[in-house]
Design a binder for this molecule. Sequence first.
Ligand SMILES: Nc1ncnc2c1ncn2[C@@H]1O[C@H](COP(=O)(O)OP(=O)(O)OP(=O)(O)O)[C@@H](O)[C@H]1O
Ligand SMILES: [Mg+2]
Length: 326
Amino acid sequence: MDLIELDGVEKVFDVRRRTGFMRREKRQVRAVDGISFTIPRGEMVGYIGPNGAGKSTTIKMLTGILTPSGGRLRVAGIDPARERTRLASRIGVVFGQRTTLWWDLPLKDSYRLMHRMYRIPDARFAANMERCVELLDLAELLDVPVRQLSLGQRMRGDIAAALLHDPEVLYLDEPTIGLDVVSKSKVRQFLRDLNAELGTTVLLTTHDLTDIEQLCKRVMVIDHGRLMYDGALAGLHEVGESERMLVVDLEQELPPVETDLARVVKVEGPRQWLAFPASVSAAPLVAQLAASYPLLDLSVREPDIEAVIAKMYAGGADGAQGARLV
Ligand SMILES: Nc1ncnc2c1ncn2[C@@H]1O[C@H](COP(=O)(O)OP(=O)(O)OP(=O)(O)O)[C@@H](O)[C@H]1O
Ligand SMILES: [Mg+2]
């Protein structure tokens, strides 16, 4: 069964802009412009796109904070905007830019309040606390007021807060923003375990593509409120028409090698760089070169996913029709 279902979901904001003394201009922003997708239980999906694409707006509609202007949306069979309170016990949400914790209270007091607010059974609460404290390294932080926590510590505290009531779905809106390398990898490991062991469905928004590479098999790309891509991360390479690079070390310095399967993009002494389409195998190219040239060594470099995505974002505005795959 699909846990999350969106069918033609839209969100239009009315914005008023002052254009002069007593003059205002009314304008509509289509933040989400007809999005449809489903997420089955247990999946971990990346939701990416440039600034202002509509990611946070989508997540806010999925929690019931915002009401869609059109379309149909269900989470665990519930219409979030109509039954926000009932949905609250089934979902957890972390906004990396904001905290849901009580600023002046020690971390553990925030958790106590949530224990009561969500009416979490005592045994459940104790077990979840133990798990989060251990896996998110919170033991030393429980007595510290939230305002004194570093960003990474606070984020780990927020993730625990979102999970104390055993939600089936966890929405994460930029959970690794501003974290150092060690904290990022701790958070990622925790999310991987959560998904693998408890089967929690995760929808993750991030600008750090390493998050996606390490956590999500499926990725959705949104731009100008529209879904541009929904599929395997690897498939993005083909969309971006990107290339892989074969680096060959010849026995001696030679002019650029001749082949119809690749383009020589760089020559440096006996080393040459050959670009070929990311979607095809390197084997025929290697065989062709080996038959005609004295090879010492070779390696294949994967395309930089950052470059692929950047290209896709850049083409988004006008090339939308062409690039759109869903
Ligand atoms: N409450 C609001 N009122 C008016 N416009 C809004 C409101 N919230 C968002 N928008 C607009 O909707 C669009 C989408 O915003 P959203 O926050 O969903 O983007 P995002 O994909 O999360 O971007 P980012 O990567 O910067 O977080 C933007 O143009 C934004 O200005
Ligand atoms: Mg956002």
